[in-house]
Design a protein around this ligand. Structure first.
Ligand SMILES: [Zn+2]
Length: 244
């Protein structure tokens, strides 16, 4: 380590063998496309506004060659390429216009889509933004108790993940390497590899179909439990450090 090029290559993308990686591949294979094409909010926005247009609208100065100083890491020499999509050669930030707005304003993808639609006056029916009803709401009364339990788990899981996403957003700024030579902080690397995935998981639990939410529960319940334990441990430790 000590070599940022090397650290970049070995930083996990979305961690293949982990539960996160497994869940992403399950859900990739069948339902993202369907869900997203249902009302096609994401496609509509991407077809109307490029990342470059949005980035400039939100204050980024883009050179004639499409390069800009990256807003996602301390960047003195332009290392962000921005066009239809964006990619940073410094910190690895990458994505489309929705990802850009989500990162910039710390929003979920759905919230970012809503903001872009508003700022660029893209008409999208309110219906498209309405959360798909959760499993509990659909199944009638037969397994009411099961559903109540699932709903409780779901809102708990959402709050745990929101806290994690907030922490990662903090780490990404606080622990960003200040120089080329500096070794990458593990929490900084964790935020690079997990932030997008967890923003996406939040979308799934808030707006996903019943099948997606079930798949998420089955694949991720242990992960969320461990995340919660880790957060509680930190809270205890930071409470202990505070003077009485
Ligand atoms: Zn960057």
């Amino acid at each position: 380590m000590g070599n940022p090029e090397k650290a970049k290559r070995t930083a996990p993308k979305s961690a293949g063998g982990t539960a996160e990686g497994r869940f992403l591949s399950i859900i990739d294979s069948h339902s993202i496309a369907n869900r997203r094409s249902g009302d096609n909010i994401f496609q509509t926005i991407k077809s109307k506004v490029t990342t470059r247009e949005a980035a400039e609208f939100y204050g980024l100065k883009v050179g004639r060659n499409g390069m800009a100083c990256c807003p996602f890491h301390p960047d003195r020499n332009p290392s962000l390429k921005v066009d239809e999509r964006f990619h940073c050669f410094g910190c690895g930030a990458d994505g489309d216009v929705i990802d850009y707005a989500a990162k910039l304003f710390h929003l979920t993808n759905i919230e970012a889509a809503r903001k872009l639609a508003g700022d660029f006056e893209i008409h999208i029916s309110e219906k498209a933004f309405r959360p798909i009803r959760s499993p509990a709401a659909k199944q009638g009364q037969t397994d009411c108790r099961v559903n109540e339990k699932f709903e409780r788990w779901r809102s708990w899981a959402i709050s745990v993940m929101k806290m994690y996403v907030n922490s990662m957003q903090g780490w990404k700024e606080r622990f960003a390497p200040k120089s080329e030579a500096e070794e990458w902080n593990p929490l900084f690397m964790e935020s690079l590899s997990n932030l997008d995935a967890y923003n996406y998981f939040l979308d799934v639990l808030c707006y996903g179909s019943e099948a997606e939410q079930r798949a998420f529960f089955l694949e991720m319940k242990e992960v969320i439990r461990n995340l919660d334990r880790r957060e509680q441990k930190w809270n205890r430790e930071s409470a202990a450090r505070r003077p009485a």
